[in-house]
Design a protein around this ligand. Sequence first.
Ligand SMILES: NC(=O)c1ccc[n+]([C@@H]2O[C@H](COP(=O)([O-])OP(=O)(O)OC[C@H]3O[C@@H](n4cnc5c(N)ncnc54)[C@H](O)[C@@H]3O)[C@@H](O)[C@H]2O)c1
Ligand SMILES: [Zn+2]
Length: 355
Amino acid sequence: MPELRVSTPGGAYPVHVGAGLLERADELIEALPGIENVFVLADGAHEGKEGPLLGALARGGARVVCAHVQGERSKSVASAEALWARLAESGFHRNDLLVAFGGGVAGDLAGFVAATYHRGMPWAIVPTTLLAMVDSSIGGKTAIDLPLGKNLVGAFHQPVAVIADVATLGTLPDDAFATGMAEVVKHGLIDDLSLLERLDADAVRIGARDHAALAELVTQAAAVKVRIVNEDETERGARAYLNYGHTLGHALEALGGYTRWTHGQAIAIGMMFVAHLAPLLGYADRVAEHADALRAHGLPLTGAQFSFEDVAAMFARDKKYEAGMRFVVLEDLGKPAVVRDVPEDALRAAYEKVR
Ligand SMILES: NC(=O)c1ccc[n+]([C@@H]2O[C@H](COP(=O)([O-])OP(=O)(O)OC[C@H]3O[C@@H](n4cnc5c(N)ncnc54)[C@H](O)[C@@H]3O)[C@@H](O)[C@H]2O)c1
Ligand SMILES: [Zn+2]
């Protein structure tokens, strides 16, 4: 399989994808031989199962310390403070290593702590959700939440390695797997139509979480993110395309109190919304292709429910707001564009289609 490599002004590092990589973490983290202390921040879902990873990290002689977190609520100032304190008490310094072992939550929190402890220490990430493998672990965006909103405090801090062991996906709950598939479909729609074909052709093997099929899928989907990050590390241009479907998706998640929909369900409806918006702005009508790809993974196409006024008020508060509302739409499959000043009647008409 092709070697994936992120290469940005903020750092260059490999993204390893395969089955059985946990046991080889020592080989895959090039910097490890010189490191005295390693702190592993593991998702609680792995409690008692992180042995192979800890064993590999300790093989080179480093002292390995492990702590657990779980759930979006742990992306908090309180968790960050507890981790900073734990690192200080355990004698960690700026040349030691932090390792995140989990989904986007463990990754975002560990990355933020690594970005700030001693003004920045190296970190590696071992993603264990499909979303983290194809999206959040690549690109060095780290963040914690505030009571007022998600991801409001953070930093760009690139890891030294990403190690995606697809064998870990075997225990991932179906709803979390479907959320990752929504991001995979997004990568297909915005950048790589052959990824959508693979989803179709390999549906049975992927559904059975076959390791070889997952490794191919993750490699191809992660490659889209790597390519975009390499072009645009700090989200001034192409990286905005990764926000496809997310403006409405984030609004629905917030309006639903983060419990009504999973992230994948919310962005599926969000992608359908912009699919309906595109022809109203004179672009190709690809609604059917969106619907087919999302439906195949049990993701919803409609059901937004809230009034257009409620949703429009959330759009105006979006973090990506920049001198007016922006939306990512497809001029055609694989051809994303950022549009501004979208007429309200078009937004309303597209929204009514997914409501
Ligand atoms: N930094 C970025 O660029 C970026 C991009 C997208 C999303 N995010 C962030 O990522 C987070 C969402 O990530 P997520 O969807 O991975 O959620 P998550 O980390 O909460 O994981 C989802 C659930 O799966 C469990 N889990 C994880 N791996 C498992 C495994 N292998 N087997 C069984 N259970 C497992 C977790 O305990 C959790 O309950 C959000 O906080 C979001 O803001 C960050
Ligand atoms: Zn997303």
